[in-house]
Design a protein around this ligand. Structure first.
Ligand SMILES: Cc1cc2nc3c(=O)[nH]c(=O)nc-3n(C[C@H](O)[C@H](O)[C@H](O)COP(=O)(O)O)c2cc1C
Length: 574
């Protein structure tokens, strides 16, 4: 039988996992508490490296007279890292990086139930993403190795120790002290609740995690970028998720992406270096020949097999080296720093999802414009970590932005997309630059209207989409991205959407508001609203994620504890 065309498989998966007004994408339909996956994976039998003390060491190691990374303001994260002192390479730097990207941000408690929240968000708080670091001597332990991050303990589990020569070759040309980070997804964690649509959510979560890593690196005065060109099979060997004996009986991990994390001064060509051909393969080879320890813990007593997820994962794996980095060189003017200084470290930990919005808080047009600027691909972190041509654009449901009429608006995140979106959307839209917004921002009024009802309806009837200052749909240039990047570009669309979501979460906090990612929305309903037809008609753009920002309503029944017992509650934790 001829092999299925991977591009067709990916398209079919996307079509099949749409929520429709009359039918949700397939899932079990109920929560089977008996098979609820454990939130934390461990590798039993590994040597553990505690990161708690190195974190304390990092906190104490600001150079004389220099601003400590802990005092860096949120706005300074967007200033090139080279212009301020960076945290010295070593285990303390590694500890800060992981704590502020994938670590626990808080514990929530209601009665006798207690659950952890993390710096990176996740659909349903299910956290399918696992993090690894690959580091040389000095950055983690004595020998180059592969380490799994255990966020519950803030510790590294040493999975593999490998040959030093391969490491030296892999980091050739990178700043001294650079290391690699890798992300994988345990699809079952997410599929347990969301069924077939879960593969999409796993990809959103990867995008959020990549962005969280980029922001943590910026906090340290470091750079961090996704490395192009690593095939899924090479990445699987590097982090050992293809080691069947180590995963016997345990839920599989699907490799997602590799990042380089480097003291400031990383240039794009050097970052791409470890991904290219022979170097990547030889590092994975060295890992394969290395000494491995540990067995993956089993997360559930039993699990449901979702074949469409396996097929979508297989079809969208990175197979060959993709074409080079994007060429859009447009630069937005920087966002002026805020009058009040917000420590970035505290802000990264206080990011939360609003469970409900108050329906009354607004945002002024000036602050809204600053927030929009930070969503542009050239705004710096986290988007400078993504190497591909930006393909995600935003359609806003503006409810309460002082100085802007309520209505439907579009932010084209690249110059080229203005024409594409105008061609794809309803020809009745106005495409007017709204008065009071900066002329250079590609932000357009499409239609005046009270959009609260339609925003709620399209986001699966969720009130948070109507009760915030604004909500939005993320529109992907779907056909173009897949034609250009092949089936692997499918994942990258969600990664980019996740990164936009992470930027929105942080910008919301910085504006004194709160955000929430929305994975539940009616895909073709959004397309119809935008005049792109629906159903069987060919739609060149697809809605891939929703988001809302507003004044949160806290649940008084929940109490909040710090992420780790040794930490004092941070200012602003709620
Ligand atoms: C991809 C994604 C989709 C989400 N979808 C929804 C949603 O449809 N409705 C909702 O209320 N929250 C949604 N959330 C918010 C999560 O429930 C939230 O991130 C999770 O409970 C963890 O809480 P935290 O963000 O406060 O750490 C989503 C989050 C992500 C990352």
């Amino acid at each position: 039988m001829p092999a299925r065309d991977p591009l067709a498989t990916v398209r079919e998966y996307h079509e099949q996992t749409k929520h429709h007004f009359n039918r949700f994408a397939r899932s079990l339909g109920y929560l089977d508490w008996a098979t609820q996956p454990e939130p934390f994976r461990t590798f039993d039998g590994c040597r553990r490296i505690d990161l708690v003390d190195p974190l304390r060491e990092a906190a104490a190691c600001a150079p004389q007279g220099a601003t400590s990374w802990q005092d860096v303001s949120y706005d300074e994260l967007f200033v090139p890292a080279l212009s301020r002192p960076a945290l010295a390479p070593g285990l303390p730097a590694m500890s800060v990086f992981l704590r502020y990207s994938l670590g626990l941000s808080a514990w929530k408690q209601a009665g006798s139930s207690r659950w952890a929240l993390r710096v990176n968000p996740s659909s349903g708080n299910l956290h399918p993403t696992e993090g690894y670091v690959i580091a040389g001597p000095g950055a983690a332990a004595g020998q180059p190795g592969v380490y799994h991050y255990a966020p519950d303990a803030h510790a590294l589990e040493e999975r593999c120790a490998f040959d030093a020569a391969a490491w030296t070759m892999a980091v050739h040309g990178l700043p001294q002290g650079s290391f690699l980070a890798a992300l994988t997804s345990i699809h079952w964690r997410e599929a347990w609740k969301y069924g077939e649509r879960a593969f999409r959510y796993c990809q959103h979560d990867i995008g959020h995690a990549v962005a969280a890593m980029r922001m943590a690196a910026a906090l340290m005065g470091w750079d961090c970028a996704v490395v192009p060109g690593w095939t899924s099979s090479v990445l699987a060997s590097l982090v050992g998720v293809d080691r069947e004996a180590d995963f016997e009986g345990a839920e599989a991990e699907e490799p997602a992406c590799l990042l380089v994390v480097a003291p400031a001064g990383l240039d794009a060509a050097a970052a791409a270096g470890p991904g290219r051909g022979a170097v990547g393969a030889s590092l994975a080879d060295a890992a394969r020949r290395g000494t491995w320890t540990g067995r993956a813990s089993r997360l559930s007593a039993d699990r449901v097999q979702w074949d469409v997820i396996d097929a979508a994962a297989e079809a969208s794996r990175e197979r060959e080296t993709p074409a080079g980095a994007h060429a859009d060189t447009r630069r937005s003017p920087p966002v002026p720093p805020r009058a009040t200084m917000m420590p970035a470290a505290a802000l990264l930990l206080q990011r939360r999802s609003a469970q409900a919005m108050d329906g009354s808080t607004g945002i002024d047009a000036g602050r809204f414009a600053s927030l929009l600027r930070r969503l542009m691909p050239d705004a710096g972190p986290p988007f400078d970590a993504l190497w591909w041509t930006p393909r995600i654009h935003l359609v806003f449901f503006v409810h309460r932005v002082d100085g802007l009429q309520p209505g439907l608006y579009a932010l084209a995140r690249t110059e080229a997309a203005i024409g594409t979106l105008r061609g794809a959307f309803s020809q009745d839209f106005a495409w007017i630059r709204p008065p009071g917004m900066p002329d250079d921002l590609p932000f357009f009024l499409l239609d005046h209207a009270d959009c609260r009802r339609v925003a709620r309806q399209l986001s699966c009837g969720q009130d948070i989409a109507a009760d915030g200052c604004f909500s939005l749909g993320m529109i992907a240039e779907f056909d173009v991205a897949l034609a250009e990047g092949g089936p692997a570009a499918y994942r990258r669309l969600f990664w980019e959407a996740g990164a936009v979501g992470q930027a929105l979460y942080l910008e919301a906090e910085a504006a004194g508001l709160r955000g929430t990612g929305i994975g539940c929305y009616f895909d073709d309903g959004v397309h119809q609203l935008l005049g792109m037809g629906g159903g069987a008609e060919a739609v060149p753009c697809q809605s891939v994620y929703h988001f809302t920002v507003g004044g949160p309503v806290d649940d008084p029944r929940l109490s909040t504890l710090p992420g780790y017992p040794w930490e004092k509650p941070y200012f602003g934790v709620s």
